[in-house]
Write a protein that binds this ligand. Structure first.
Ligand code: DGL
Length: 280
């Protein structure tokens, strides 16, 4: 049990790049009194193509940076890093109960709402090949029928601004029509980029399939964990929250184009600061 943190300390959030800003946005919306410090490892993205060892190494280093920045909690806002780096981050930081990943809350939600049904997962190659969703769901519902598909084109497509148009709908439809995803009852969007194409995925399925966007589920989990540990910030009304300058966004490699794309994910202007944590 961790006792030496205070509610006024920030929440650290990290991702391989800027996709995790969908999670940062959901947290900011639900918890406007919280200050967030975001780190996007743009120098190494995409994580989806990297080895588990490399992702573990990056995740630990970023978590150390957020801890150094005085964060009371760390949210791994990346499915790929949650799959490959969660255990290493817990071990290295010693912040066990205050590390939130994006996979466990979604697994708990789907089992609660789709017990013994057919659950589909889409995500990067690394997330899907790790089998992590299937394992976490099976731990809660041993007879759940989980089917998975790697959809590696989707994250770069979204980053390039291709969503809500004919090209993106065609690519999405072509992935979702694969026989492996036949007859599913729910689909977990296992990549933090995918909330931006949620409507297009819903359009493909109509009302037959629940499309699960974990960013809101993760924000609720953050609130629950902070409340449990008496670390929820009830002061600062209006100081942080949406559109406020006090939020901090770091990237390991700054480009103008990252800054422009950040706006797509955070739904408002983001000022990115470069911080190269890889230089010793
Ligand atoms: N944001 C990452 C995730 O949720 C995907 C992007 C990447 O491959 O780095 O898995």
């Amino acid at each position: 049990m961790i006792t030496n943190f205070k509610p006024s300390q920030p929440i650290g959030i990290f991702d391989s790049g800027i996709g995790g800003l969908t999670v940062a946005k959901a947290i900011t919306k639900l918890l406007p009194n919280e200050q967030i410090i975001y780190f996007g490892d743009t120098a190494h993205m995409p994580y989806g193509e990297k080895s588990a060892e490399a992702i573990k190494h990056y995740s630990v280093k970023i978590a150390e940076f957020l801890k150094f920045k005085n964060c009371k909690m760390i949210v791994i806002a990346c499915n790929t890093a949650s799959a490959a780096g969660f255990k290493a981050v817990v071990k290295d930081t010693g912040m066990k109960d205050l590390i939130v990943n994006v996979i466990d809350p979604a697994a708990a939600y789907v089992v609660k709402n789709h017990y013994r049904e057919r659950i589909g997962i889409i995500g990067t190659k690394r997330t899907i090949s790790s089998n992590v969703y299937a394992k976490r769901i099976a731990a809660l519902d041993p007879v759940a029928d989980v089917v998975q598909l790697a959809t590696p084109l989707l994250a770069p497509m979204i980053e390039e601004g291709f969503f809500n148009n004919k090209i993106s709908q065609t690519i999405i439809n072509s992935y979702l029509s694969k026989s492996r995803l036949n007859k599913i009852d729910a689909l977990i969007l296992g990549c933090t980029h995918y909330p931006l194409i949620k409507n297009e995925i819903k359009k493909y399925y109509g009302k037959k399939v629940e499309v699960i966007d974990s960013s809101e589920i993760v924000a609720l989990e953050v609130k629950e964990v902070l409340t449990k540990h008496k670390l929820l910030n009830t002061d600062n009304a209006g100081k942080f929250g949406l559109g406020k300058k006090a939020q901090q966004f770091y990237v390991s490699d700054y480009t103008q184009s990252f800054e422009e794309s950040s706006k797509i994910f955070f739904e408002e202007k983001v000022k990115l600061k470069q911080f190269n944590i890889w230089e010793d």
